[in-house]
Design a protein around this ligand. Sequence first.
Ligand SMILES: *[C@@H]1O[C@H](CO)[C@@H](O)[C@H](O)[C@H]1NC(C)=O
Length: 226
Amino acid sequence: MPFQDYKEGEAPLIYIITPTYKRPTRYADFMRLLYTLLHLKNIHWLIIEDGETTDVNIEKLLSAYDIQHTYFAQINNLPKKKRSLIRGMDQRNAGLNWIRLNHNIETRAVLYFADDDNAYSLEIFDEIRFTKKVAVFPVGLTNDEVIVRNGKVVRFGKQRKNYQRKFAVDMAAFAINVDVLFRNPKLQFESKHPGYLETNFLEKITTMSELEPKSYNCTRVRKIKT
Ligand SMILES: *[C@@H]1O[C@H](CO)[C@@H](O)[C@H](O)[C@H]1NC(C)=O
C-alpha cells in the first residue's frame, strides 16, 4: 500500500466504531466496509448491533476473515419517537465504554466512527492514525466544508438549513485520540438535540483552533456519504 509508508510497529492502533442494524441492504453495506477495512493493518473494529442480540450472518462473515474485531449488541434506549432521528447513539456510546474498559493506555490509539452505509477511501485511515487530539477532514456529498487558513481550521462552511452548529461535521468527518476518552471519563453522545450529536460531542473536548485539518488542509474528499 503506497500510502502506508510507516514501519510496522510504529503505527498507532485505530479503533473503528460501527453501529449496525437490520435493513434490506445491510449485508451488502457491511461487506463493502469489511472489504475496505481488510486492507488496513493495526485496527480494531468494534461493531455494535442495534438490538437485543447479534446477527448470526454478520458473525459468520467476520469469522471468515482475519480481521481484529469485537461484535456485540446494545439495545436502543431512546424513546420510540426519537429512534429514527438519532440512530446508533447508544451503540456508539457502548463502543466508547468498551474502549475505556479494554484499551491498554500504554498503546497509542485513535478512534473513528464509521457507519456501514458509507464508502471510505483508504487514505483517510493513514491520515487520522497520527491524530494528536481531534482531526477533521471533508466528506463528499454533504454540504459540510472545512475552511482552513494557514494550516488552521477557521470555520465550517455551509450549515444545514436551520442548523447552527459550531462544528458542522458529519460523524465520519473526525477522529480523536483515545487519550481524550480517558481524560474525559464521562464523555459520550447525548440525545438532547437531533442533528447536534457531533457538534455537542466535539464542543466538550476541543476548540476550533486546536482542530488538526487532514486531507491536505481539507482540500481533498476522503469519504463518500451515501
Ligand atoms: C497546510 O497549510 C500549511 C500552512 O499554509 C502548510 O505549511 C502545510 O504544508 C499544508 N499542508 C499540506 C499537507 O498541504
